[in-house]
Ligand binder design. Structure first.
Ligand SMILES: [Zn+2]
Length: 102
């Protein structure tokens, strides 16, 4: 996942008194071929805190490296949403290539 693609999965929501940092979460409640995507608020900061570009970049970096939300596939070496992993370090694509049937 490139930095540009990563930004597709982390966003800032501007509220009246705070900024919400949200991360895309994938769930499979409807079955193995029907992923559900939703935004989850993982950090709320009062607007008193100045969010300059450097601070936003730092928060993005921290979230991109948070194992609750993203993993790096040990075979592809690609970072992706944790919901797209079958094991801690193997993405769905590699799992299928290795014989896992969803
Ligand atoms: Zn992979």
């Amino acid at each position: 996942m490139t930095p540009h693609e990563m930004s597709d999965f982390i966003r800032i929501v501007d509220k009246t008194d705070r900024n919400l940092f949200q991360v895309m979460v994938v769930t499979w409640r409807r079955g193995p071929h029907s992923p559900s995507m939703r935004w989850k608020t993982v950090l709320e900061l009062l607007k008193d805190l100045l969010l300059d570009a450097k601070t936003i970049h730092s928060i993005h970096t921290i979230l991109a490296n948070d194992l609750r939300f993203f993993r790096v596939c040990r075979q592809c070496n690609i970072r992706d949403l944790v919901g797209r992993f079958i094991e801690d370090n193997m993405c769905h694509s590699r799992a299928e290539e290795n014989g896992v049937v969803f």
